[in-house]
Design a protein around this ligand. Structure first.
Ligand SMILES: Cc1cc2nc3c(=O)[nH]c(=O)nc-3n(C[C@H](O)[C@H](O)[C@H](O)COP(=O)(O)OP(=O)(O)OC[C@H]3O[C@@H](n4cnc5c(N)ncnc54)[C@H](O)[C@@H]3O)c2cc1C
Length: 331
């Protein structure tokens, strides 16, 4: 498949890049290109202008302050995965990124910003133009109906980013800049919940980085990914869990389910069930069941595995993630 024609520019100055995007809102930001270039080749995105971020040095690298880490959006997945402070304080983020694609992708191109803003996916959408031409245009392609759920007026494509789940579980903040200023939003608020337009960023905004806050002593976290293959495969379902434990009991829990909807899902009810428990099997079972019920409605048969299987896997992933997070907390 060939790339379509588009104008390309690689500004060396952040102010210039933001000004350009402000003037040409429909332009696309290019980070590592491992998602965007595939989307361009498949004809599911057709920007006239692509603005590369590769020469913007201020978007790269990890800085530490007493409260936490700021990771520039253009930092490669491998740099995040191998950074000593990430391994010390956010090991489950490293785990999640280690499961992205394969080593080549993590080393040479994929960035943390591109991973967080990965386009939502669906088996009717992530196909060649030739394949898609055999069907009516779906909602994500500007058509009138969803090809997965008959009569639905909502696009059911799915956020399959591994990094987004753990960034949300660690309560990271996204740092957004535009020509008009800067704002910070909790990672879950980056997502609109709508498959056809999955992000809340305005046309002129750039993700410059993410801020992570050091978790308290006695906190453990884990990322659990369920996919057909152990490499080069997006999650069918995933779960990120973070628990703070004192005197053998959970004080605070955070559970995020991935690949179940257009956005990572915050399983708040399941979290409440875990508080003041030692994650005993029976409690874990109830929490897992609650997450399955919460996510069940948005899981449809659009990723090459049945919806029943993926619903069941929510429970499995949540149970495994919480159990491992509890163990990692030293409990
Ligand atoms: C074979 C294969 C397997 C893969 N497996 C996985 C997987 O298992 N898990 C997974 O999570 N991903 C997977 N991916 C997707 C992708 O490679 C990774 O998510 C990667 O980290 C994306 O980063 P990138 O820098 O290449 O993003 P790009 O492709 O450059 O960008 C992705 C999107 O984000 C936007 N964007 C990028 N940076 C910014 C920014 N700073 N501000 C605003 N918008 C921005 C782009 O415009 C684009 O829409 C896979 C891809 C391939 C090709």
């Amino acid at each position: 498949m060939r790339l379509p024609e588009f104008d390309y520019i690689a500004p060396g100055d952040l102010g210039e890049a933001l000004k350009l995007k402000n003037e040409k809102g429909a332009a696309a930001w290019l980070a590592g290109g491992t998602d965007l270039l595939v989307n361009l080749k498949q004809g599911v995105k057709n920007p006239d202008l692509v603005i590369s971020l590769k020469d913007l040095a201020e978007l790269e690298g990890i800085t530490e302050d007493p409260g936490g880490l700021t990771i520039g959006s253009m930092t490669s997945l491998i740099e995040v995965m191998q950074h000593p402070a990430v391994l010390d304080h956010f090991p489950a983020l490293a785990e999640a990124l280690r499961s992205v694609g394969a080593v080549t992708l993590q080393h040479y191109a994929g960035t943390i910003g591109g991973n967080l803003l990965l386009n939502t996916r669906c088996r009717y959408f992530n196909q060649s133009r030739f394949w898609r031409d055999g069907f009516e245009r779906c909602l994500k392609m500007g058509g009138q109906k969803c090809l997965v759920v008959e009569d639905s007026k909502e696009c059911s494509s799915v956020c399959q980013s591994d990094g987004a789940v753990m960034l949300a579980a660690y309560s990271a903040m996204a740092i957004l800049k535009s020509a008009g200023g800067q704002r910070r939003v909790p990672v879950p608020d980056l997502f609109s919940g709508k498959g056809e337009a999955p992000f809340t960023l305005t046309d002129d905004e750039l993700l410059t980085g993410v801020k992570l806050f050091f978790p308290a002593e006695g906190t453990g976290a884990h990322y659990e990914k369920i996919a057909w293959r152990s490499a080069m495969d997006f999650p069918l379902i995933s779960a990120g869990a973070l628990v703070s434990v004192s005197k053998g009991k959970i004080d605070r829990a955070r559970i995020i389910v991935g690949a179940a909807a257009a956005q990572p899902i915050w399983a708040a009810e399941a979290e409440r069930m875990l508080v003041r428990t030692a994650a005993e099997p029976e409690v874990l079972g109830r929490a897992a069941e609650s997450a399955m019920v919460q996510c069940g409605g948005s899981i449809v048969n659009n990723l090459g595995a049945s919806d029943e299987y993926r619903r069941d896997m929510v429970g499995v992933a949540v149970r495994r993630a919480v159990r491992a997070a509890f163990a990692a907390a030293g409990a």
